[in-house]
Design a protein around this ligand. Structure first.
Ligand SMILES: [Zn+2]
Ligand SMILES: [Zn+2]
Length: 204
C-alpha cells in the first residue's frame, strides 16, 4: 500500500509497514502513524530503516485543519538504548487570514529528530522505567509499536505559522459592519485617509 524502503542488508518485514488504525465512530476521527519496530529493536546499534510516508492525519488535533496527507521520509536508526527517528515531512493546513478571516491554505514542514525508547525490554519482557524527563509519547508500547502521532502533532502545532494573510494587500473586515472590504466597500464612514490609522491597522 505504501512504498517502504528497507536499507541495504535488512529485510523488510511485513509487520514493519506503516499502519494506520481506523477511526472509531465514537471518537474524534484520529489516524495514527505507527510502526512495528520489534525487528529493528533486535538488531545491533547502527541498523536503520527508511520509510516513505503518505498518511492521512485529518483530525490529529482539534486546533489543526489539516488538508493534505502527511508526506515525506522517516528514518529509524537503532541506537544503544532505543531508536532515533529523523524525518522531513510536509503537509498543508488551513488557517484564517488574520485580517479578513478568509481560510488560507499554507504548507507546513515537520522536521523530526526524536529518540524513542522501549517501554518493555525485548529480551527479558520486563518494563523499562521512564527516564528522568522522558515522555510516554516517545516510548514504544508493549507490542513494540512506535507511534509518531504525538510527536508529529506537537511538531505541527509549533511549526504552523503564527498568523497568515490571504494577500499582502488584504483590506480586512470593516470594524463596524463586518463586511469583507476585499469584496467591496461598505456604507460605513472610514478614517482610511489617516496614514497613522492605516499603519495601526497593519499591526492588527
Ligand atoms: Zn485577508
Ligand atoms: Zn462597514
Amino acid at each position: 500500500m505504501y512504498p517502504a524502503v528497507a536499507t541495504a542488508g535488512f529485510r523488510q518485514a511485513e509487520s514493519g509497514m506503516p499502519r494506520r488504525s481506523r477511526p472509531s465512530p465514537f471518537l474524534l476521527s484520529v489516524y495514527t502513524v505507527r510502526f512495528n519496530v520489534a525487528q529493528l529493536l533486535k538488531s545491533a546499534a547502527g541498523a536503520s530503516r527508511e520509510y516513505d510516508l503518505e498518511e492521512d492525519i485529518t483530525g490529529i488535533d482539534k486546533e489543526l485543519d489539516v488538508v493534505k496527507p502527511l508526506r515525506g521520509k522517516v528514518k529509524f536508526l537503532r541506537t544503544g538504548d532505543g531508536i532515533l527517528v529523523t524525518g522531513h515531512l510536509q503537509t498543508e493546513v488551513r488557517l484564517p487570514c488574520r485580517r479578513c478571516l478568509t481560510p488560507v491554505v499554507v504548507p507546513v514542514a515537520v522536521d523530526l529528530e526524536e529518540q524513542f525508547r522501549p517501554s518493555i525490554d525485548l529480551l527479558t519482557g520486563q518494563p523499562v522505567p521512564l527516564d528522568g524527563g522522558e515522555e510516554e509519547a516517545t516510548r514504544t508500547d508493549a507490542r513494540h509499536m512506535l507511534d509518531l502521532t504525538e510527536v508529529v502533532r506537537q511538531n505541527l502545532l509549533l511549526s504552523q505559522p503564527m498568523s497568515v494573510l490571504c494577500s499582502p494587500q488584504c483590506r480586512g473586515l470593516c470594524p463596524e459592519c463586518g463586511e469583507n472590504l476585499n469584496e467591496g466597500s461598505c456604507k460605513c464612514q472610514h478614517e482610511s485617509g489617516d496614514p497613522r490609522l492605516a499603519r495601526l491597522r497593519d499591526l492588527l
